[in-house]
Design a protein around this ligand. Structure first.
Ligand code: DAT
Ligand code: MG
Length: 139
């Protein structure tokens, strides 16, 4: 088993019809999908997920956006999953994201940036457990 990371295809990318294209990039990047669901975060759940950003000026905007429509949540497996997935998605601000990255291709702006990717192994575990019960994860 490789390392795992957690991702969400965010409401802007779902609304834009980019679920399939983003999953293609994930597969082409060598990631194995071990859990996946389409769901919608309540404002309360979105606030909880992003609680680490509570003091940031964009927190309310982030919570409103992330609860504005359905998302696709998934757990991905690959050697070096966290770092390699951050490389695949590109910088937080799509204007600064490397060409060909998921955010360069599909993000709207720095706030509505198409995908989430965990920033550490520890957070990947916390975020995966936030969204998935163990019985819904398939090694
Ligand atoms: P990342 O999603 O690349 O890990 P982050 O953890 O710093 O970025 O921020 C979490 C999310 O918050 C990010 O995906 C979009 C939003 N965000 C970050 N910086 C922002 C900003 N300057 N203005 C508006 N939204 C922002
Ligand atoms: Mg982050």
């Amino acid at each position: 088993m490789g390392n795992r990371t957690f991702t969400m295809i965010k409401p802007d990318a779902v609304r834009g019809g980019h679920i399939g294209a983003i999953l293609e990039k994930i597969n082409a990047g060598g990631f194995k999908i071990v859990a996946m669901k389409m769901t919608k975060l309540s404002a309360e759940k979105a606030g909880e997920f992003y609680a680490i950003h509570k003091e940031r000026p964009f927190y309310q905007e982030l919570v409103d956006f992330m609860s504005s429509g359905p998302i696709v949540a998934a757990i991905l497996e690959k050697d070096n999953a966290v770092e390699d997935f951050r490389t695949l998605i590109g910088a937080t601000n799509p204007a600064e994201a490397a060409p060909g990255t998921i955010r360069a291709l599909y993000a709207t702006n720095v706030g509505e940036n198409a995908v989430h990717g965990s920033d550490s192994d520890e957070n990947a575990t916390i975020e995966s457990n936030f969204h998935f019960a163990g019985v819904d994860v398939f090694a």
